[in-house]
Design a binder for this molecule. Structure first.
Ligand SMILES: Nc1ncnc2c1ncn2[C@@H]1O[C@H](COP(=O)(O)OP(=O)(O)O)[C@@H](O)[C@H]1O
Ligand SMILES: [Mg+2]
Length: 244
C-alpha cells in the first residue's frame, strides 16, 4: 500500500462564528493527484490554506508524514489563480527570487526548460501572456522541491486552449517530479482529466470521494464525461434522487 503523505483529521474551521468546514477527514497518498471540487464559497481555498499552514484549523489537525502541520508548511508550495510575479524582476529572477548562487540559477534554468520557457529567462512579466506567467509561477513553486504542490484554480483565468496546454504541462510535471498535487477547480471535467482521486466538498464536508482509474492521457471523452457527470450530480444534489 502507498504511504500516506497527508492525513486530515476531524478538521473544523469557523470564521466569525460561521462554520465553513466541519468534520473533514481524508488522506492523500504520496504521489496522488487530488482534485478538490465543489461550489464557489464551499471552503476549497480555506482547506488549501490549512494544508499550506497559512491558517490554523479551529479544531482537528493535519499530519504530513505523521508530523502535525503547525505554522507555515515549508514542504509545500501554493500556486494561485493570479501569478503573483514581481514586475521588477525578470523571469529567471522571479524563479530564483533574486538568489544569485550558481546552483540556484542552474536549477531555475532547468525548471524554466521544464515549463517550456527556456528562451524567456530575460523577459519581464509584463511582456508575457497569461499562460506564460502561470508557467513562471509554476517553476517558482517547484524551486523548493515541495512534497506537496497546492494549486488553487491556477487555470481559471486562461482561455480554453491555453488551459488544455497547462493541464498537460501540470500532468507532465507531476509524472516527472513525483510531487503530490492538490488541485482546486470548479471544472469537474478538468478534475476527471487530471486527478487520481476527486474529493467533493459540500455542506462543509467531504460529501463524496472517488478514485479515477482511467489511464493517461485521458483522451476517451465518453469515459471522462461519464465520471464528470456523476460527480456533477453529487455537487448539485441530484445523486440521491437518481439512486432512489
Ligand atoms: N478570512 C476569512 N474571513 C472570513 N470568512 C472567510 C475567510 N475566508 C473565507 N471565508 C468564507 O468562508 C467560505 C469559504 O470560502 P472559500 O474557502 O474561499 O471557498 P471556495 O474556495 O470554495 O470558493 C466563504 O463563505 C467565505 O466567505
Ligand atoms: Mg476559492
Amino acid at each position: 500500500m502507498q504511504k500516506n503523505l497527508i492525513e486530515v483529521r476531524h478538521i473544523q474551521k469557523v470564521y466569525n462564528e460561521r462554520l465553513v468546514l466541519n468534520n473533514i477527514d481524508f488522506t492523500i497518498a504520496a504521489g496522488d493527484f487530488v482534485a478538490l471540487v465543489g461550489m464557489s464559497g464551499g471552503g476549497k481555498s480555506t482547506l488549501l490554506r490549512l494544508l499550506a499552514g497559512l491558517e490554523a484549523p479551529t479544531s482537528g489537525e493535519i499530519l504530513q508524514n505523521d508530523v502535525a502541520v503547525t505554522g507555515l508548511n515549508t514542504k509545500c508550495r501554493v500556486m494561485f489563480q493570479e501569478d503573483r510575479l514581481l514586475p521588477w524582476f525578470n523571469v529567471l529572477k522571479n524563479v530564483t527570487l533574486g538568489d544569485k548562487q550558481p546552483e540556484q540559477i542552474a536549477k531555475a534554468t532547468e525548471l524554466l526548460d521544464l515549463v517550456e520557457l527556456a528562451d524567456f529567462s530575460a523577459a519581464y512579466p509584463q511582456s508575457l501572456s497569461g499562460g506564460q506567467k502561470q508557467r513562471v509561477a509554476l517553476a517558482r513553486a517547484l524551486m523548493a522541491d515541495p512534497e506537496l504542490l497546492l494549486l488553487d484554480e491556477p487555470l481559471g483565468a486562461l482561455d480554453a486552449l491555453t488551459r488544455q496546454k497547462m493541464q498537460k504541462l501540470i500532468l507532465k510535471i507531476w509524472q516527472k517530479r513525483q510531487v503530490t498535487i492538490v488541485l482546486v477547480t470548479h471544472d469537474v471535467t478538468e478534475a476527471v482529466r487530471m486527478a487520481t482521486k476527486v474529493l467533493v466538498i459540500k455542506d462543509q464536508k467531504i460529501a463524496w470521494q472517488t478514485a479515477i482509474d482511467l489511464t493517461y492521457p485521458r483522451k476517451n471523452l465518453v469515459e471522462v464525461d461519464q465520471a464528470a457527470q456523476q460527480i456533477t450530480q453529487v455537487i448539485l444534489d441530484e445523486h440521491q434522487e437518481k439512486e432512489a
